[in-house]
Ligand binder design. Structure first.
Ligand SMILES: Nc1nc2c(ncn2[C@@H]2O[C@H](COP(=O)(O)OP(=O)(O)OP(=O)(O)O)[C@@H](O)[C@H]2O)c(=O)[nH]1
Length: 771
């Protein structure tokens, strides 16, 4: 800053290689720079921005218009690290110097900045004279001090020295117009001071109030806005405000970059479908990069604001990635659960005990789960995976319980089926046998099979490492099942006891001791056989009347025998007592074990007797018939009657034996007719159709027969001639003509007959057989 046309633009252009507009010296000393101009210094590191201010004390704005001057001075002080103040050499020590009001303004506004930092005030003495700078500087400082002292200050800064606010420096330059070369040399020397000016001790060494470059634009706008509103400019608060706005902007920008980041999108998509190895590392690195770029950009902003905004950004990012992390945990959980299921299945298939397999599988799966969770951990987040771990643990437990129950059921079903197979058929066979040994044999069988199954079952159960009580319970259930199978089978057999009894009766009744079918010749004692068969059937009834798996000390058998088979013995014993079968329960047999009650027994027995009666009757009838058949001679009285009544006929026959020949020929003719007419065949369909058919066939057949006989009779010579040759076919033809089939008599079939006989001749023995 400095008075109008004091060469500010010229100096800045030379000092920083900028191109601010300079006044054309040939056109008069008028105002060139209006407002505040800004440019980037060329060739100065670090990046340095320079502003060219409108000149003070100008004629253009008028004497009283110092508002803009103050505003621009305040703006320059608020924004800059170094303020160059142009002053004419000859103004030093002068009471009415042109820049005295300017300095006053600078100091006044400085006090309104509440700035904790020190701004470098560099007084550039222009058009220096022969007076050395060493002599000028004290004078200048004295002037400055005087102005500082004269500036009204707030109570807090009453005693604050100028040096607390400003780092005052003085340089002198030769006149640009008159000693341009020297001017340039001195400017080049001065330029050196601006290199690395932010280093400690440099012109801009106090970095306390610094606003980062990325916040400069916004900060400047805000400062200007406050200045324009003529408010106090609280630089620390402003700094916080700038930091807040800018950090927020940076954070938002970084968040948006992250959301659109290809790697993140790929990772997010991959996790939707499957577990991604190295998830934690990848995501942590993405987040780190994002936060790092925020840090990089926001590093020079106010610390607390920057950290707060960083935290917010981090939280927002974590909030964004958390569902993906949760999904990842879900993949880990389900994947590890699948692994566990497979491991358990393999171990069980490999013959490992269930409990050991479940234990090993659980340990391995938990380890795998922990490892995968560790792999998915996001460095920036302190997320607790214990909930997922607990859920996984519960999943394992419930799966183990499920498989355990299924396996136990499978095992139980297997042994139940084994027992059923072992018992079912055998019990049926034993019950079918129905004897005194039946129940002891069943008990023995049940005991043997149950113990065998239980010992195998116990070995199988040992793999489950069950507590003793539960194991006992399962064994006891299996034991009960075995009893149940026997009981069920017995009940089933009891349900068809009548059928079984009849079967047994028939079997014994119709077969002898060698199991050969009986032929009722008449010698058999049907009564005794019936009794034996009935007793045996009754034994079956008594065996099936009750379940005797614990003992068979009941008296069912005796009661049945005494009551049903030997009622006489029974009544002699129990004389006037009531019918022992007129009851619905057996003595000493609990109702649960009773299959057929006494009343049912009685009723069944009656039915049995009724239904077997026919067999006995048949046998008796058969025996009678047999007896009759064996006696083929007629009774003696009949023989006597035949001798007496047939004596005449007998004598006639003895006197004339030709009758015998007549009878024989008649017999032959009748037999031939019988065969020709196929009488038995005709009557097969009933008497009336037979008679009708025969009546139509009778005459043609007789005629045919007679004609045939006549034909045969007309060829005696030929027959004789042939008979000499002893032709067997001819003999066959004659015989066939008498007793052969119908076709043999048909003239049309004669040739076929010949053919047939010629063929048949090869086997004369067969003809004999046919004859
Ligand atoms: N005597 C003298 N004149 C100078 C010096 N430097 C520049 N000038 C001249 O002063 C005139 C004004 O120069 P500018 O650089 O435009 O001055 P300014 O202070 O920027 O002017 P405004 O922008 O209008 O306030 C020009 O004609 C320069 O040639 C100097 O060191 N001594």
């Amino acid at each position: 800053m400095g008075p109008q046309s004091s060469g500010k633009s010229t100096l800045l252009n030379h000092l920083f290689n900028t191109n601010f507009r300079e006044m054309d010296a040939y056109r008069g000393r008028s105002q060139t720079t209006k407002g505040i101009w800004i440019a980037k210094c060329a060739g100065i590191e670090p990046c340095t921005i320079v502003m060219d201010l409108e000149g003070t004390d100008g004629r253009e704005r008028g004497e009283d218009d110092t508002a803009f001057e103050k505003q621009s001075a305040l703006f320059a002080l608020a924004v800059s690290d170094v303020v160059l103040i142009n002053m004419w050499c000859h103004d030093i020590g002068r009471e009415q110097a042109a820049n005295k009001p300017l300095l006053k303004t600078v100091f006044q506004v400085m006090l309104r900045l509440f700035s904790p930092r020190k701004t470098t005030l560099m007084f550039v003495i222009r058009d220096k004279t022969r007076t050395p700078l060493e002599n000028l500087e004290p004078l200048l400082r004295e002037d400055i001090q005087k102005i500082w002292d004269s500036v009204p200050k707030p109570e807090a800064h009453k005693r604050t020295p100028l040096s607390d606010f400003f780092n005052v420096q003085v340089v002198a330059l030769s006149s640009y117009e008159e000693k341009e070369e020297q001017f340039k040399e001195q400017v080049a020397h001065l330029r050196q001071k601006f290199f690395h000016s932010i280093a400690p001790g440099g012109l801009a060494g106090d970095r306390r109030g610094v606003v980062p470059a990325s916040g400069f634009s916004f900060s400047s706008q805000q400062i200007w806005k406050v200045i324009k509103e003529n408010k106090d400019l609280d630089l620390p608060a402003h700094k916080v405000m700038v930091a807040t706005v800018r950090c927020e902007e940076i954070a938002n920008e970084k968040y948006s970059f992250f959301v659109a980041n290809e790697d993140w999108l790929e990772l997010e998509e991959a996790v939707q479908s499957q577990l991604v190895p190295g998830f934690g590392r990848k995501l942590s690195s993405l987040l780190s990069n994002c936060l790092f770029s925020y840090d990089e950009e926001a590093t020079y902003f106010e610390d607390s604001v920057r950290s707060a905004k960083r935290k917010q950004l981090e939280e927002k990012l974590l909030q964004l990635v958390q569902p993906v992390y949760q999904l990842m945990l879900e993949h880990i959980r389900s994947g590890t659960l699948d692994y566990f299921k497979k491991a358990l299945n393999d171990a069980l298939s490999g013959g490992q005990g269930f409990a050991a397999a479940a234990r090993d599988g659980t340990t391995k799966s938990m380890r795998l789960f922990d490892e995968q969770c560790k792999d998915a951990v996001i460095k920036q987040a302190n997320w607790d995976s214990s909930k997922a771990r607990d859920k996984f643990s519960r999943d394992l437990e419930s799966h183990i319980a499920e498989v355990r129950t299924a396996k136990l059921s499978e095992l139980t079903a297997l042994y139940e089926s084994k027992l059923k197979n072992a018992l079912y058929g055998s019990v049926e066979a034993l019950l079918e046998g129905g004897s005194d040994d039946t129940w002891p044999a069943i008990r023995k069988l049940l005991h043997h099979e149950t113990e065998t199954a239980i010992s195998e079952f116990s070995v199988a159960l040992s793999g489950f490492e069950m507590d003793e009580e539960a194991e006992e319970d399962m064994i006891s259930k299996l034991r009960n099942y075995a009893r149940g199978v026997v009981e069920a089978k017995t009940r089933e057999e009891a349900g068809r006891v009548l059928y079984r009894m009849k079967e047994r009766f028939t079997s014994i009744f119709n077969h002898d001791n060698d199991s050969m079918p009986r032929v009722w010749t008449g010698k058999e004692d049907i009564r005794a056989i019936t009794k034996t068969a009935r007793s045996s059937s009754l034994k079956l009834l008594s065996v099936l009347a009750a379940i005797r798996l614990d003992d068979d000390t009941d008296t069912i058998g005796d009661t049945l025998v005494l009551t049903l088979v030997d009622p006489k013995k029974g009544t002699s014993k129990s004389t006037s007592l009531q019918d022992p079968l007129a009851s619905s329960t057996w003595e000493e047999v609990p109702a649960a074990k009773t299959l057929i009650t006494p009343v049912q027994c009685k009723s069944l027995w009656n039915q049995f007797q009724r239904e077997t009666e026919y067999t006995i009757t048949q046998a008796i009838a058969s025996q009678e018939a047999n007896k009759r058949n064996n006696n083929w001679l007629p009774p003696p009285w009949a023989i006597a009657a035949m001798v007496v009544l047939g004596f005449n006929e007998f004598m006639t026959l003895l006197r004339n034996p030709l009758w015998l020949l007549v009878i024989f020929v008649s017999y032959l003719l009748l037999k031939a007719l019988w065969v020709q007419l196929d009488i038995s065949g005709e009557f097969r369909n009933g008497a009336l159709p037979g008679i009708l058919s025969l009546s139509t066939k009778f005459l043609p057949t007789v005629t045919n027969l007679l004609r045939k006989l006549a034909e045969e009779g007309q060829r005696p010579a030929t027959t004789d001639a042939h008979s000499n040759t002893s032709n067997p076919s001819q003999a066959s033809r004659i015989i066939q003509g008498v007793v052969g089939s119908n076709s043999a008599f048909s003239s049309t079939a004669s040739s076929e007959v010949t053919m047939e006989n010629e063929v048949e001749y090869t086997s004369p023995s067969r003809h004999d057989k046919d004859l």
